[in-house]
Design a protein around this ligand. Structure first.
Ligand code: ATP
Ligand code: MG
Length: 262
């Protein structure tokens, strides 16, 4: 694998850094090639929101953490993109929430599951990983896409499925799961189907969610319940769209031609 040589002074340093992470993940067998396409789509929406965590995402993260702290069987799903971008943070977040981790793939192959498990174990050799031998099936999804772990997603009450396909998100919602997603595209099917949609880049969202989990775990249940009850995902998605619209209007008025920073 070619070394990452981009200087920190490059105006798109972080974008190039994470692209390199994905290239590496592809080589290690962690990522399916379609994962690269999904990432590109995510990046496009990140431009539109301004590559920063916006207020509606912060609110969605708070509600998500409250719900996860209240959950009986919370599960965080891990796919190739997640393992490539935030392996360490995924483990930290699971620990902060006392949640289980399940490797769950759209394009499931045993090799990819093994490669992802190996990657995560680099950060914590003792970490428990579900989804290695899934025995249950999500109804209405054909064989490979529907496999889930009996002790993980199957029995979960709250699941986090970041960077997930919409069809699978919808199938989980139909199973009665409370579904939280992280997705930069507020118009994707996943974003529209989930109970809580965090429209943010996972590389910003997971570190923030770890902070929130540590801060909020001391809160009384009543307060957590109130945060969840007051949360309105439809309103949050509209607020994201309004943010994008207002931002584009402002940029159009100011002009972007030969402008250094947006
Ligand atoms: P859907 O199936 O939900 O309609 P899709 O088919 O457009 O979405 P998928 O490949 O199924 O896309 O899902 C991946 C989703 O993850 C995309 O919506 C993409 O915008 C989003 N995404 C990609 N990279 C990131 C990232 N780093 N952070 C957050 N979201 C991301
Ligand atoms: Mg899809």
């Amino acid at each position: 694998m070619a070394k990452f040589f981009v200087p920190k002074s490059h105006p798109r340093y972080w974008s190039l850094y994470y692209r390199h992470k994905l290239e590496e993940a592809l080589e290690k067998g962690i990522l399916a090639t379609a994962g690269l396409i999904a990432h590109g789509r995510g990046e496009a929406f990140d431009y539109l929101i301004g590559e920063t965590t916006i207020e509606p995402a912060e609110k969605a993260m708070k509600a998500a953490i409250a719900k996860l702290l209240l959950a009986e069987h919370p599960v965080l799903s891990v796919n190739g993109n997640v393992a490539a971008l935030v392996p360490k943070e995924t483990i930290e977040l699971a620990k902060a929430l006392n949640a289980k981790l399940e490797i769950n793939l759209f394009y499931r192959t045993e090799e990819r599951v093994r490669a992802i498990a190996e990657e995560l174990k680099k950060y914590d050799p003792e970490i428990e990983l579900l989804g290695i031998n899934p025995t249950k099936r999500i109804p209405n999804l054909e064989s490979e896409r529907g496999k889930v772990d009996e002790n993980g997603i199957w029995k979960a009450d709250v699941v986090v499925v970041p960077l997930e396909d919409g069809d699978r998100t919808e199938a989980l919602v139909k199973m009665g799961k409370f579904v939280i997603t992280v997705d930069l595209n507020p118009l994707s099917r996943s974003a529209r189907m989930a109970d809580i949609t965090i429209v943010d880049n996972i590389v910003r969202a997971y570190p923030r969610m770890i902070e929130l989990a540590k801060e909020m775990r001391e809160l009384p249940r009543k307060e957590l319940e109130k945060i969840v009850a007051e949360y309105d995902n439809g309103k949050i998605l509209s607020d994201v769209l309004i943010h994008m619209k207002s931002r584009l209007e402002k940029l159009a008025e100011e002009g972007v031609w030969r402008r250094e920073n947006l």
